[in-house]
Design a protein around this ligand. Structure first.
Ligand SMILES: Cc1ncc(C[n+]2csc(CCOP(=O)(O)OP(=O)(O)O)c2C)c(N)n1
Ligand SMILES: [Mg+2]
Length: 434
């Protein structure tokens, strides 16, 4: 009898039994008495392998691509196991809107209409939009500055985001803060971005814990960069989610740069998804420029979360195609890297997939769809530009809580907490409600 394992028909997923028998819950598969092996799922169809090295000439420091073939053509889009034709087109539309809105913001900044800076997610639209698309109505997210696409998918209008950048009175914070520092705890289940890198992780773990105490397992999603993941709070938050089995989906957006630090100088592991092993949770790698891969991994992670099986770490590999913010020309980035990733543009590739590979859109339908997005966006931009600034007097209102103005009600049910002799015990409540 052959002891060869049958080849699975379906590729393994975080959720599938094939994977579970392997390492889906972060447990090792022992190969012999002295060593253990762990598996990190990798959905990519291409594994770029180049490194950057720091070069010093006198007092000047710059970076060079050290090794690796940068001339390869872009890989195809990976077929989604879950998305329908309509859903892929919908994600494509969100990505187009995301990019057009950021172009509009850049122009508004150059016209002197933006208060503060502008942060771009150019090249990361597939990751932002497809990840948020995997969230359900009861799920939550806490975006970072480059996740404007996620805000659009979650129901904010481009005008909200543009008014926020211009500090208009009709903006979500009524002109009190700028950039993307806003959320919506009531309707859209969005925690506002926190600038201190990593701090959203324990907060989103806490949101999942809060829901569980109300009797419901939900998925809570947040994002962290290749730079931000080095912070202590990233470890604390994710470890807490792991030991409490909370439905946190952490997307590590490895865009190769943390400000002007290349990821080769930020961490030593080959892939940041490997960090999952140390937390005892599943780790997955996706090509962050392939919306279908991003969606599939996020969908599986959200499903795990909703089943109460705990957190997942997803590393999305891509490239920050602009500087850190609008003031940064990114001169320190070797030019060949931009050329390499330009060929992997998430929108161009998805467009090609829809029109030429799947034939789900004709060239004419695509032109119509793009024109529609541009028309909608222009109307939103007009509205935002023409809306008023806050009145000076309004600055004194809404600073302190007025009686009952922020009543926080349980969303999913009455919290079920078992009380012992010493009062409510959190660990007991969590264990008993799983
Ligand atoms: C704890 C903390 N340290 C430093 C900063 C300043 N800072 C803001 S963004 C940034 C770079 C972040 O890089 P990365 O996490 O890779 O995200 P990316 O900008 O590439 O999306 C830094 C250093 C901060 N906001 N919080
Ligand atoms: Mg980065």
């Amino acid at each position: 009898m052959s002891n060869k394992k049958p080849i699975p028909k379906k590729r393994p997923s975080i959720a599938s039994p094939i994977k579970r028998a392997n390492t889906s819950n972060g447990e090792p598969r022992t190969t012999n008495g002295n060593s253990r092996t762990y598996t990190i799922l990798d959905y990519r169809l291409e594994k770029p392998s180049f490194t950057c090295r720091q070069v010093r000439t006198g007092d000047t420091v710059c970076y060079e691509v050290e090794s690796g073939d940068l001339s390869k053509p872009a890989p195809p889009i990976r077929e989604s196991q879950y998305l329908s034709k309509q859903q892929v087109i919908e994600i494509y539309r969100w990505m187009l809107l995301n990019r057009r809105m950021e172009t509009a913001l850049e122009n508004l900044y150059k016209q002197g209409k933006v208060v503060g800076g502008v942060y771009f997610g150019l090249g990361q639209e597939g990751c932002s939009c497809a990840s948020a698309y995997a969230l359900g109505k009861d799920d939550w997210m806490g975006p970072m500055i480059r996740n404007q696409g996620a805000l659009l998918v979650r129901g904010f209008a481009p005008r909200d985001i543009m008014m926020q950048y211009m500090a208009k009175s009709g903006s979500p914070t009524r002109g009190r803060d700028t950039t993307s520092h806003f959320g919506d705890l009531e309707k859209r289940n969005v925690v506002a971005p926190i600038s201190m890198l990593g701090d959203l992780i324990p907060v989103l773990a806490g949101v999942a814990l809060g829901a569980r105490l109300q009797g419901k397992n939900i998925a809570t999603m947040t994002w962290i960069g290749d730079g931000g993941q080095s912070t202590g709070v990233t470890y604390e938050g994710l470890n807490f989610a792991a030991v409490q089995n909370l439905g946190l989906v952490l997307i590590v957006e490895n865009n190769l740069w943390g400000y002007s630090t290349p990821s080769d100088m930020q961490f030593r592991v080959k892939d940041l998804a490997e960090r999952a092993i140390a937390y005892g949770i599943p780790g997955v790698i996706v090509d962050g420029t392939d919306a279908c891969q991003v969606y599939d991994a996020c969908h599986e992670a959200c499903e795990r979360a909703r089943r109460g099986e705990g957190p997942t770490l997803i590393e999305a590999k891509m490239m920050r195609m602009k500087g850190h913010a609008i003031h940064d020309a990114a001169d320190y980035v070797p030019k060949p890297l931009f050329e390499y990733w330009k060929k992997r543009d998430p929108i161009t590739r998805l467009e090609d997939y829809l029109i030429n590979k799947k034939k789900w859109l004709t060239a004419d339908e695509n032109v119509k769809l793009i024109a529609e997005v541009e028309r909608d966006l222009e109307a939103e931009r007009e509205f935002a530009v023409n809306s008023p600034m806050p009145t000076p007097e309004s600055a004194v209102g809404g600073v302190y809580c007025e009686d009952g103005c922020h009543a926080i009600k349980p969303k999913y049910g009455t919290p079920k907490v078992r009380t012992g002799k010493m009062g409510p015990k959190m660990s007991e409540a969590v264990v008993h409600l799983k």
